[in-house]
Design a protein around this ligand. Structure first.
Ligand code: ADP
Ligand code: MG
Length: 705
């Protein structure tokens, strides 16, 4: 008996009932090339063939229904393209019309009037009467209950395949034939016995049979559990293998000293106690830096969770070991803010910090570059100017990037091309939390740290939703807050396609506000993307310095500005923002001691999805919860940060619903690799064999292969 993975690789052409034409259609239309492909072309739903409807109770529906009755009449009507076969189908409660446009002549010959049938199809309404077009017809006497699964699988198919007889029913037939074929072979297990037993999984072959032809809901559930686990488990195993391999390959500087820079800062300058989460992450980073492997770590933490100080402490470790460090931010303003806060943090310590961006020019720039190359500058903070060509470090040991949005850490690490002699350690900080299921998958081969705790004493930002009718009260509220000395953001969406219109919106809004809040008592800043950088900067600075009370802006302020005195965030056209963007915007307030507010203005009419987004924002301040909701609403493919890395397509697992299984799969994969990395133990042989073919086959993710 053959017992190898090879059977799955058998070309589909070899299956009974599949000739060369069908084979090529299966390949082209649904990517089924091999036996294995057909087996994992899973049903997307099942029809419960135990349920029969009564004709009298039928209603229009998108799902197919099954009725049992007698075919009463059958006639061909019409000519040429209008020719159709019409039948009348009756049970004890009433009758309904059945109609076929295709294959009418053939069907007229084969269907038998006066005989009991089971008809299955969608009920539609045609000139006020219900009918079923193209029902599947099955003779009651032929329904062999042993043979027909109670839950009949329905497969994704295409129009072309449908035409060629490979509709759901056709594919069902092929799959059935294939499973029969395979039952003669001994299908190899790909999971160790101890896992199969632990979770009481069906065997691999049983699971495949049961997913296609389940006899009960329970069987279906068991099969799904196992196949989802399998899919997630092997991907995690692969990711963790890659992670370790890369770590082994990438040597890094050894930072094993904690010296005066770090200690002086910690003892003299640290302005508050670190949160538990910050301490944990500093430890994780310290551990990485000692290993002699290059660190590639993603640090996730909600806005205001205190990532900067963690980054600074990592940089001080680099300094203690005789190296330079840098911190790169996506915009000039954000870089400048980082520069200021870092200078503040290290005040009085012998740390030389410099700032570099496109705006640093001429002599000043030349001198700065000279000092950097000499190693006279310890920490440099800046924009992407840091990775431009003329910038040479004396010895860069740690590069930190603060991202508004998520990028792959690996892509980021490529920026630091100039290994000298080794690549610097890499830390990427992001304020856009990624749901765990996504990060385990898309960044599953990277190290991830999470700051999941806010510094103590933060007041929750109160979030309210208002429609146009509440606008006057919102203006009144702004007035009260400004009277208390607070500042207010008013943010408008700006989408490139409708840029001109959006700008008009913003300008009208600005004019309205000017009428409500006239000078000289009130001052308003305006910032949008069409302004010259210098003007933007000027307006921004007026707000930062408290010279203006209101800042009207497009989403440019999403990135980074820190004005602790601003305590009200008003968002216009909320329905046009995505969840993660709303969360980022809200994060601009709540930075000071005062109670902060976020007011979401939208039109009265909202789509269901927009409603859910707004409810989520009103309901929670937790970035991780918001990310989970975002994933649920938009699906994994549309989340920010996943597009860049390309999609991993799952056959059966679902990142939105299968978080638990994923977590378990990852833990088990971890455990296995920890004590048997090369899968050499006999109990791991099934995994090893399977991985040989599997590793080549993961589709759609450049980074894995
Ligand atoms: P992030 O970059 O994660 O959004 P920051 O690093 O800018 O957050 O920190 C936000 C604010 O919280 C800063 O004013 C910082 O000084 C303060 N902060 C950070 N950690 C703590 C802490 N452990 N206790 C109190 N305040 C803290
Ligand atoms: Mg920050």
């Amino acid at each position: 008996m053959k017992k190898t993975e090879d059977i799955f690789e058998t070309p589909i052409d070899f299956l009974k009932g599949v000739g060369p034409t069908r084979a090529s259609q299966l390949k082209k239309e649904i990517g089924v090339h091999t036996f294995g492909d057909l087996l994992t072309h899973f049903p997307f739903r099942y029809v419960d063939k135990t349920q029969f409807h009564k004709i009298r109770g039928l209603q229009e529906s998108n799902n197919g229904v099954q009725i049992k009755g007698i075919l009463r009449r059958l006639e061909l009507i019409g000519e040429g393209r209008k020719k159709r076969l019409v039948g009348r189908f009756r049970d004890e409660t009433g009758s309904i019309e059945l109609v076929w446009f295709k294959g009418a002549t053939y069907l007229q010959k084969t269907l038998k009037v006066g005989v009991e049938y089971i008809a299955y199809g969608k009920v539609t309404r045609f000139s006020k009467k219900l009918n079923i077009a193209h029902p599947e017809m099955e003779l009651v006497v032929e329904r062999n209950l042993v043979d027909v699964a109670t839950l009949a699988p329905v497969y994704p198919s295409t129009e072309l395949l449908n035409k060629k007889g490979l509709d759901a029913k056709g594919i069902r037939r092929l799959t059935k034939a294939l499973l029969e074929e395979l039952s003669k072979v001994n299908i190899p297990e790909n999971l160790p016995d101890y896992i199969v037993n632990k979770f009481r999984f069906p065997s691999r072959f049983e699971a495949l049979k049961m997913i296609h032809f389940p006899k009960t809901q329970k069987e279906l559930q068991a099969a799904r559990n196992r196949l989802k686990f399998e899919e997630l488990f092997f991907l995690q195993l692969r990711l963790l293998q890659l992670k370790k391999n890369r770590k082994d390959a990438l040597r890094g500087y050894v930072f094993d000293k904690i010296g005066a820079y770090f200690n002086n800062f910690y003892q003299k300058n640290l302005p508050f106690e670190l949160t538990g989460a910050q301490k944990r992450v500093v430890k994780e980073i310290r551990k990485d830096l000692r290993t002699g492997k290059q660190m590639n770590r993603l640090l996730q933490g909600d806005v205001g969770s205190g990532k900067t100080i963690v980054g600074l402490m990592a940089m001080l470790i680099a300094l203690d070991n005789g190296f330079q460090a840098c911190l790169m931010a996506p915009t000039e303003i954000l870089a400048q803010q980082h520069y200021n806060s870092i200078q503040n943090y290290v005040k009085g310590l012998a740390v030389r910090v410099a700032f570099l961006s496109g705006s640093v020019k001429g002599k000043k720039r030349k001198e700065l570059l000279r000092l950097l190359e000499l190693g006279e500058i310890h920490i440099i903070v800046g924009t992407h100017a840091l990775i431009e060509d003329p910038v040479k470090f004396h010895n860069l040991g740690l590069a930190i990037t603060d991202e508004q949005h998520r990028f792959g850490v690996v892509q980021r690490s490529k920026l630091w091309k100039k290994a000298n002699p080794l690549m610097p350690h890499i830390l990427v900080m992001t304020a856009t939390p990624i749901p765990r299921t996504l990060s385990m998958t898309y960044y599953g081969d990277l190290d991830i740290s999470v700051i999941d705790e806010l510094p103590p004493g933060r007041k929750e930002i109160k979030t309210l939703h208002k429609t146009e009718s509440g606008r006057l009260r919102v203006i009144g509220f702004m007035r009260e807050e400004i009277a208390k000395g607070r500042q207010v953001y008013v943010v408008y969406p700006l989408i490139e396609e409708s840029e001109t219109l959006d700008l008009l919106n913003l300008e009208q809004g600005y004019e309205t506000l000017q009428r409500e809040f006239p000078p000289p008592e009130f001052q308003i800043s305006v910032v949008h993307g069409r302004m010259k950088p210098a003007d933007k900067e000027f307006e921004m600075q007026r707000f930062v310095k408290g010279q203006t009370q209101i800042m009207v802006a497009t989403t440019v302020i999403e990135v980074g500005v820190n004005v602790p005195n601003a305590s009200v965030m008003i968002i216009e056209n909320t329905e046009r923002f995505g969840l993660s963007q709303l969360h980022q915007l809200r994060g601009r307030v709540g930075r000071g001691a005062e109670q902060s507010y976020c007011i979401l203005l939208s039109s009265y009419k909202l789509t269901q999805e927009a409603k859910e987004r707004i409810q989520t924002m009103v309901g929670t301040n937790d970035g991780f919860k918001i990310a989970e909701a975002d994933l649920r609403l938009r699906g994994p493919g549309n989340m920010e940060g996943t597009q860049q890395s390309g999609m991993i397509s799952f056959k059966i697992a679902d990142l939105v619903k299968d978080g638990r299984i994923l977590q378990t799969a990852r833990e088990i994969a971890h455990r296995i690799l920890d004590d048997d990395f090369h899968l050499e133990r006999s109990e791991h042989l099934p995994i090893k064999k399977f991985m040989l073919t599997y590793a080549k086959k993961i589709k759609g993710w450049g980074r894995i292969s």
